[in-house]
Design a protein around this ligand. Structure first.
Ligand code: SF4
Length: 181
């Protein structure tokens, strides 16, 4: 490497370090971590660009919280995700197993990762009991959606982190532009 190229790559690294990082649901990047062992790979130019810029920090909160792949489907019961954080509601599997502790541990892992990388924005998978940001299943395991959010989303928002779904990437772009102007 020449001295000039060393300086150049150092400057590139500095520029890159100034870019806001984004926490992203790992399944959106093609990792097969969903309850049924599938992925939800998002085909998006924006996401690909952010990945190329080194902004993306992937995490699956449920796996980080200790749950296996595959795993039984789970839904929030007896209240909202905020109620789960406040120990007033639970997350149960369709077989009646209480997985609240794993969901809380996964949410804490996501928050810790955001703090580690100074992350202020996340793109999380809509409707998941961990990652949903505007709707979730109603707790009856009948595929009915209601307004609400997942447990990780609730914890991140409680700590001031903006959470968008994979359908709101234009909003993420605006968020980034405002902070990097
Ligand atoms: S917990 Fe979130 S990241 Fe993990 S598989 Fe479900 S939606 Fe994807």
């Amino acid at each position: 490497m020449t001295e000039a190229s060393g300086v150049g790559s150092g400057m590139q690294r500095q520029e890159r370090d100034k870019l806001q990082k984004i926490l992203v649901s790992a399944c959106l990047l093609g990792q097969p971590l969903r309850y049924d062992g599938s992925a939800l790979a998002l085909d998006s130019e924006r996401l690909a660009r952010w990945q190329g810029e080194g902004r993306l920090v992937p995490l699956c909160p449920e796996v980080a919280g200790g749950l296996p792949v595959p795993r039984p489907p789970a839904e929030i019961r007896g209240g909202s995700a905020a109620d789960v954080l406040d120990v007033r509601a639970t997350v149960m599997t369709n077989a009646g197993g209480d997985v609240t502790a794993a969901f809380l541990a996964g949410a804490e892992s996501a928050l810790a990762l955001c703090r580690e990388h100074d992350i202020g924005v996340a793109v999380l998978t809509e409707s998941s009991p961990s990652c949903g940001s505007s709707r979730v299943n109603d707790g009856g395991f009948r595929g009915r959606k209601i307004a609400g959010e997942g447990v990780t989303t609730a914890l991140l928002r409680r700590h001031g982190i903006a959470v968008f779904s994979q359908h709101q990437l234009a909003g993420v772009e605006r968020w980034l532009r405002e902070r990097e102007a």
